[in-house]
Design a protein around this ligand. Structure first.
Ligand code: FPP
Length: 247
């Protein structure tokens, strides 16, 4: 987005977000409450993912970004990590047809190099098969961390400085922004977090600078169209000033 577009975007009276990002939390607690294994919470969470995508399409959002696996999630029991990554393969494989049917473009953000070759191939294949779609942009953050994202961008700029193609004094917000995930799409307007925690957990640290936040105690597997709608109603009542004053 050019600075002019950004200004125009900020000046709009925004009742409807164009880009919603979600921290999907509470799968484990949902399962424990039901006397089930944590993994069944993630499986139920995958159903909520489908519901949220379908709602985003019908609501005509431009972009939906889901935090599926944080770079800090590797510290979970190995069995849960393996099962979770296996679930991604299954869901991606099963959903590509549906993504195409609804004109959704899939974009995976995060450091995928630590994943098995099978999962990396599966991700690449799903992205390629949907890359020409023009509807909703679906970003799924896997092995993503906001700090990783910023470090990655800073390294790219440092290399340009080293090879002489960039002067340190030329570095501005837009210079770094252009090297971060999601740089090519509309800014994040609304971040939703389920599961009753009130923190950002290393998600979109740069990109959510002016986003509105909406928190709910609802656990992710119970997140449905009504809850999503509730978040959007709350957003419509917010006054966004982007650091300015009320007009
Ligand atoms: C947080 O709940 C959830 C996750 C770490 C994984 C999210 C994964 C899914 C919703 C499954 C499928 C997703 C895709 C995109 C195919 P938690 O385990 O931290 O729950 P807790 O806080 O109750 O322990």
């Amino acid at each position: 987005m050019s600075p002019e577009d950004q200004l125009q975007y900020q000046n709009q009276k925004m009742v409807k977000p164009r880009h919603v990002a979600i921290i999907m939390d509470g799968n484990g607690r949902w399962a424990t409450k039901q006397g089930k294994l944590r993994m069944s919470g993630h499986q139920a969470g995958a159903e909520s993912v489908r519901r949220a995508i379908s709602f985003a399409v019908s609501y005509q959002l431009d972009a939906l970004t889901l935090y599926a696996f944080s770079s800090d999630n590797w510290s979970r029991p190995n069995q849960e990590v393996i099962a979770l990554l296996e679930l991604f393969v299954l869901v991606l494989d099963a959903e590509v047809k549906n993504l195409n049917k609804h004109d959704i473009r899939l974009n995976i953000i995060g450091d995928t190099t630590r994943f098995s070759h099978r999962l990396q191939d599966c991700i690449r294949c799903a992205e390629e098969k949907t890359q020409n779609n023009q509807g909703l942009i679906l970003n799924i953050a896997v092995n993503y961390g906001g700090r990783w994202d910023i470090i990655h961008g800073v390294r790219a700029l440092a290399e340009q400085v080293r090879d002489g193609s960039l002067l340190p004094e030329e570095i501005e917000e837009k210079t770094l922004s252009a090297h971060l995930c999601l740089s090519a799409i509309v800014p994040v307007d609304l971040v939703i977090r389920t599961g009753g925690e009130y923190r950002i957990s290393n998600f979109l640290l740069w990109q959510a600078a002016y986003a509105e936040f909406w928190f709910t105690d609802i656990l992710w597997p119970d997140f449905d169209e009504n809850v999503f709608q509730g978040a959007l109603h709350a957003f419509a009542k917010r006054e966004r000033r982007f650091g300015g004053i009320a007009l």
